[in-house]
Design a protein around this ligand. Structure first.
Ligand SMILES: CC(C)(COP(=O)(O)OP(=O)(O)OC[C@H]1O[C@@H](n2cnc3c(N)ncnc32)[C@H](O)[C@@H]1OP(=O)(O)O)[C@@H](O)C(=O)NCCC(=O)NCCS
Length: 129
């Protein structure tokens, strides 16, 4: 899995309990995942179609550094399916998992169009094992 993006949990990211707000984390994930899909499919017109169950495994707190991991698991005809894990950068403790995020490749009119990809074709610069 590619843990490409790190985030530093700041005061504006917290919920009233003083931990990372779920909506903020989901916004970060959706953006990270769509960038991954755009790069893999080579098309900037890609939209989120489906997100499976979200498991908030543990909370993140102020000042923690977290990292967002995304990996392609299936290439359909017009869609791509990704999986996601968010974890603490230092301890590697899992914060969230999402089994499936499905993105659809669109044409200029906003209709699904085959992307022609069958496997991961682009490794992000700076990827590490
Ligand atoms: C994306 C959109 C154009 C797809 O339209 P659609 O009529 O569902 O298209 P299709 O039925 O041809 O499905 C397209 C692909 O999505 C997949 N798909 C459709 N519904 C799905 C679902 N519920 N779960 C998983 N995959 C799904 C299909 O299997 C197909 O993939 P494939 O070609 O690889 O087999 C349309 O649903 C849409 O505009 N949705 C809103 C997207 C959006 O605004 N996202 C931002 C969220 S705020």
């Amino acid at each position: 899995m590619n843990f490409h993006t790190r985030k530093w949990v700041k005061p504006e990211d917290l919920n009233p309990n003083g931990t990372l707000f779920g909506g903020t984390l989901l916004r970060w994930i959706d953006e990270e995942a769509v960038i991954y899909a755009i790069v893999q499919l080579g098309n900037p017109k890609v939209v989120t179609k489906f997100i499976s169950e979200i498991n908030f495994v543990s909370s993140a707190t102020l000042g923690e550094i977290i990292e967002l991991g995304i990996q392609a698991t299936y290439f359909g005809k017009t869609s791509i399916t990704l999986t996601c894990e968010v974890r603490n950068k230092i301890t590697r403790k899992s914060i969230l998992t999402i089994d499936k995020l499905v993105f659809v490749n669109l044409d200029e009119n906003g209709n699904p169009v085959p992307h022609g990809k069958t496997e991961i074709t682009y490794a992000f610069a700076g990827d590490r094992p």
